[in-house]
Design a protein around this ligand. Structure first.
Ligand SMILES: *Cc1c(COP(=O)(O)O)cnc(C)c1O
Length: 412
């Protein structure tokens, strides 16, 4: 039997008017008309602003906030975010170029990522941003390039911690990892660093992402500060910068709710006096991507066809996996679950519902945006909205697959 899968509804961050979803006051029908086509991602600048404001009000003032650009590297979005946060974290030369266009001071831009090419290291050294070094080999290449340029690179050591962030969607530290230098090697690397002509800035300790459990984030913070203080004793110059990573998640699926910041903030307030005593010259930074922009975006596509196959109704839309890999469940999900979806021009609760699956135009069963959900009865021409699409959407998708047109993006 076809049973509807529970949906995470309603997502209450977007308002509606005249039965239609609004993004920062504009109806998605209007936006579709303005762009001249679907599918598109629409990002609500007001929601991004509100999220940063709310977070800043909650966090202790000693904690600086950076935006991790890879969550959403659209130029307009990055420009908007750059005005709200204290710095940007980039993961490639391409992102660095965007970051520099925002006018963010180089001292507030950092570059993490394994496998930085020489060309990227060169650009980072020339731009005088902070390079989060991921390996001893990378450090040697930085030193070589900087010596050739006659330039003093700004170095932070990305540490692969000796602990794991529990219950995080994506583990980025602990155990053998391609990220960072193993914590136990860091004392030796610091000793070596003292002989190089470079500017040691501090540490970057990032243990995982998409975490919705305050107790896990609290534990990561406890261990991160403890590790940073322990490692700082091996540094021959003061630690100017400590990037404690991020990991704050957003709800996508039934049963998930928005992260409760209160216990996390209380714990930071508890830890800070001791941390500031041990690291008096240190600027503490948390870097977040998804948490800042994820809930502010929707992906909108149009129903092209509606068909019934052996009793099950399919809404076939003009967008899908090629634009929104994560909503299709193919970007890090172990068991596929539906992102929250709605019929964007039939938002009234009173609309009659039916059980449908929303599929894209690609010739693969993986191109599934919503599996067996109760949605208002919809017809070709209606618009489907996929919520929670502001992060790891457009730029995390294989647009070239099947050679359909790319999605558009708009910051409203
Ligand atoms: C991806 C990434 C982030 C951002 O993670 P979110 O889950 O989007 O907050 C932060 N720091 C580093 C080093 C990353 O690679």
């Amino acid at each position: 039997m076809n049973k509807p899968k529970p949906q995470h509804v309603p997502m209450d961050q977007f308002k509606t008017a005249d039965n239609c979803l609004l993004v920062n006051g504009q109806s998605v029908l209007e936006i579709a008309q303005k762009l001249g086509r679907t599918p598109f991602y629409a990002y609500d600048s007001n929601l991004m602003t509100a999220r940063v404001k709310q977070l800043r009000e909650a966090l202790p003032k000693e904690i600086h906030l950076h935006y991790a650009m890879k969550a959403n590297p659209m130029l307009e979005v990055v420009k908007h975010m750059a005005d709200l946060v204290d710095g940007l974290d980039v993961a490639s030369k391409g992102e660095l170029e965007v970051a520099l266009q925002t006018g963010t001071a180089p001292g507030n831009i950092s570059f993490a990522g394994p496998g930085k090419r020489d060309e990227e290291l060169l650009a980072a050294i020339e731009a005088k941003i902070t390079i989060n070094v991921e390996s001893e080999g990378e450090l040697a290449r930085i030193d070589k390039i900087a010596t050739r340029l006659g330039s003093k690179p700004n170095i932070a050591i990305r540490v692969n911690p000796d602990f794991e962030l529990k219950s995080s969607g994506m583990k980025m530290g602990g155990g053998p990892k391609q990220f960072g230098i193993d914590a136990e090697r860091v004392p030796a690397v610091l000793k070596h660093l003292a002989n190089l002509d470079c500017h040691f800035r501090g540490f970057h300790i990032f243990s995982g992402s998409q975490n919705l459990k305050p107790e896990a984030i609290i534990e990561a913070h406890d261990k991160t500060f403890e590790l940073a203080i322990r490692l700082s004793e091996y540094a021959s110059t003061p630690v100017e910068l400590l990037n404690i990573g991020g990991g704050f998640g957003i709800p996508y699926f039934p049963g998930e709710s928005r992260l409760n910041l209160e216990p996390i903030v209380a714990n930071l307030n508890r830890l800070l006096p001791e941390v500031l005593r041990a690291l008096p010259e240190t600027e503490i930074v948390t870097e977040l991507g998804r948490y800042l922009v994820g809930e502010a975006g929707v992906y909108i596509c149009k129903i092209i066809d509606k068909k019934v196959s052996r009793g099950h109704t399919f809404l076939i839309v003009d967008g899908g996996l090629h634009h929104h890999l994560s909503a299709s469940g193919n970007f890090g999900q172990v068991i596929r679950k539906n992102y929250p979806v709605a019929v964007a021009n039939r938002m009234e609760r009173s609309e009659e519902k039916e059980l449908v699956s929303v599929v894209g135009p690609l010739c693969t069963p993986l191109d599934l945006l919503a599996d067996k959900v109760e949605l208002p009865v919809a017809e070709p021409g209606d618009l489907i909205a996929v919520y929670q699409s502001g992060a790891y959407g457009y730029s995390a998708s294989p647009h070239g697959f099947l050679s359909h047109p790319c999605a558009r993006e708009i910051l409203v």
